[in-house]
Ligand binder design. Structure first.
Ligand code: ZN
Length: 374
């Protein structure tokens, strides 16, 4: 194999690994619907540089023969990424060359960002598997609710009376764990995700000093002051935890393993009926080896619990949060604009000082402005 052939295959394997969504029912790997083959080629040309890759026609031949299971679907089946959807729709109708180039540039930036974020997630997951006494990686997400209401009649049509939402939590460490928390009468918001996290963390006999939590980048459920305040409380109150990293993955591109868990549940629910909660529980346990299912009949109102010390911070353009304890055992936060960036920044407008959390927002703000930060 020529050097160009090797580099081309190696690049494409990595591209598919960091961007593709495995489809458990078909064995295919789907790339984002905003892409086309030429865009993938251009991405490779940009990454590898001139004279380091095969020509376009050879690349297409390799894709067709050696990567035949890698496809670009007209619409992403599992994806909820509004950016990919919008770019795809714009490229379908826009004919102006200059405007098309602008859209394509935006697509490249988005794809690059997704790949780098997912690579950061893999890095943490790998570290947690290799050094479980130091790291625990968790990913949390909600399953598409339409598939899990009961009674479920398998392949048959039928009326569904009871809304059941599933929050999935995968833990990566010495062993991999898949938790499914069933919720029947609480709305979709941060409290239920926090309850699922609390239960999963409580179920572990020991916790390593560094916890890395991956979540979807949604402000309603995850990326908000409540989640940050909860994180600060965890670090202050559970002494085993010395550092909590909260990472936010681009919505619709979290498909690595949590969506595979959901896909297997979905496939099982098409195969067999689940008319009651115990039958739904059994279906989930059958669908995924080692799946642990619990029904959340009660959810703590974390908002009421932590509102007195809610962190006021504009989270929109921040994708990674790091919370540690200072010498006074209070939580201190740093942030990064991206999951994959290497530089941690002190929080926003606090005069280049890390955020010190205390009971009263004004108190820590004043302390920070005076430079009273350890
Ligand atoms: Zn996208």
């Amino acid at each position: 194999m020529s050097n160009k052939g090797y580099l081309t295959r190696d690049w494409f394997s990595n591209f598919v690994f960091t961007l593709g969504d495995f489809q458990p029912d078909s064995g295919q790997i789907h790339l984002p619907c905003s892409l086309d083959k030429k865009a993938v080629f251009m991405e490779m040309a940009s990454d590898l540089g001139e004279n380091n890759h095969l020509e376009k026609s050879s690349f297409y031949t390799i894709w067709q023969t050696e990567f035949s299971n890698v496809v670009i679907p007209p619409q992403q089946r599992l994806t909820k990424c509004s950016i990919c959807k919008e770019i795809s729709e714009q490229l379908n109708v826009e004919r102006d060359t200059k405007l098309r180039l602008e859209i394509q540039q935006r697509r490249k930036e988005h794809i690059d960002e997704v790949r780098a974020s997912r690579a950061a997630y893999y890095k943490w997951r790998k570290l947690a598997r290799e050094f479980p006494d130091k790291y625990l990686s968790l990913i949390i997400d909600g399953m598409d609710q339409n598939k899990t209401n009961i009674p479920n009649f398998g392949a048959q049509e039928g009326n569904t009376d009871m809304t059941v939402r599933i929050i999935g939590v995968l833990c990566h460490g010495a062993t991999n764990e898949a938790h499914a928390c069933l919720i029947t009468h609480y709305t979709k918001e941060t409290n239920t995700n926090l309850e699922a996290l609390r239960r999963v963390l409580s179920s572990r006999p020991v916790l390593p000093p560094t916890i890395i939590l991956q979540m979807d980048n949604t402000s309603q459920e995850n990326k908000n002051s409540r989640m940050l305040s909860f994180g600060a409380s965890l670090v202050e109150e559970i002494k085993e935890i010395k550092e909590l990293i909260m990472n936010f993955l681009p919505i619709g591109h979290t498909h690595e393993d949590i969506d595979q868990f959901f896909s297997r549940i979905s496939v099982e629910l098409k195969r067999s009926s689940a008319r009651t909660i115990p039958e739904l529980t059994a279906s989930i346990e059958r669908s995924y080896i080692g799946a642990r299912v619990q029904l959340l009949t009660q959810v703590v109102d974390y908002w009421a619990f932590i509102s007195s010390r809610c962190i006021k911070y504009k989270v929109r353009d921040t994708f990674s949060f790091n919370i540690t304890r200072n010498a006074a055992d209070r939580a201190v936060m740093r942030t990064k604009d991206t999951m994959h960036g290497t530089v941690w920044y002190p929080v926003g407008d606090l005069s280049n000082a890390p955020l010190l959390l205390s009971e009263k927002t004004e108190e820590w703000r004043t302390n920070a402005e005076k430079g009273l930060i350890p």
